[in-house]
Design a protein around this ligand. Sequence first.
Ligand SMILES: NC(=O)c1ccc[n+]([C@@H]2O[C@H](COP(=O)([O-])OP(=O)(O)OC[C@H]3O[C@@H](n4cnc5c(N)ncnc54)[C@H](OP(=O)(O)O)[C@@H]3O)[C@@H](O)[C@H]2O)c1
Length: 302
Amino acid sequence: MFQLPLEIFLMRRGLYPPPPGESDIIGLEVAGTVDSLGPGVKTNWKPDERVMALLSGGGYAEYVAVPEELLMPVPSNLTLCQAAAVPEAWLTAFQLLDFIAQVKEGEVVLVHAGGSGVGTAAVQLVRLFGAVPVVTAGSPEKLKMAEKLGAAAGFNYKEGSFAKGVHDFTGGKGANVILDCIGGCNWEQNVSCLAVDGRWVLYGTMGGRSVDGDLLGKLLSKRGHLLSSLLRSRSLQYKANLVKAFSRRVLPHFSDQSASLKPVIDSTFSLEDIAEAHRHMEANRNMGKIVVNVIPQKQETQ
Ligand SMILES: NC(=O)c1ccc[n+]([C@@H]2O[C@H](COP(=O)([O-])OP(=O)(O)OC[C@H]3O[C@@H](n4cnc5c(N)ncnc54)[C@H](OP(=O)(O)O)[C@@H]3O)[C@@H](O)[C@H]2O)c1
């Protein structure tokens, strides 16, 4: 079972090649069961154990080889379908908020694409860290869902200025952190609603890659930090550290008493309907993750 993130389209078109040595089969995250262990495995994974994993490629397959450091146990109350929606989206959101932006309690975090896979994870993690998430999205349904997940406010970027929304919400102070997967078309509003000393974390460019205007002057006047990150090209050691930190700080909250964290599944497709799944995502219709089931006969029991 694997999940369908947006980079898949770039991979499908050959525009996001795998890092050297990685599988050229696309697919960046999976959940399933351990089939067998390679020689020299040091940890205690056992055949048939339910696991989920971050991949650099190879997820569109029935079997995938995974370095043991990148495996995580599936929380007991999650189905494999739900678990397939966790690794890449949640590790990305966790990495951006914790390793890169170092979000602190009480800070206001603006999450763009609040209805996306990464966005729905980020909103919940911001709350978990005691900070205040606000979001942008392109439809009232997506804003409503983000608010249900914990967003304190939401702004429809198609209907007005989100920068004004953030200014109003923060009493003019601005957002301490911006998680930005949009880039180009939003730069002016981003820098305008960034708080003094704020951290603007770029991790995608869905709204364009080039900027024309006084970005540097405006950023400097805010003493702003422009940070960027890609997860896929990171070293195995970095990813192993990320998986370890995530497993310790976040994973227990998927199955604690209040089950405070929930992977958000938009829809599931069987592998035969993969083209339809891609069209669904390309139309920006999904709220949360699209999961693809590679072994349909197992779907009922997981
Ligand atoms: N740097 C990394 O390591 C890393 C890792 C994972 C993902 N990513 C990036 O994170 C982003 C989100 O990935 P995902 O898989 O979570 O996406 P997703 O679930 O497919 O959601 C993407 C959403 O982004 C919004 N969007 C698309 N184009 C937009 C535009 N031009 N302006 C504003 N909003 C736009 C759409 O929602 P609306 O209806 O609200 O517009 C769309 O549904 C992608 O850019 C992906 O490449 C980066």
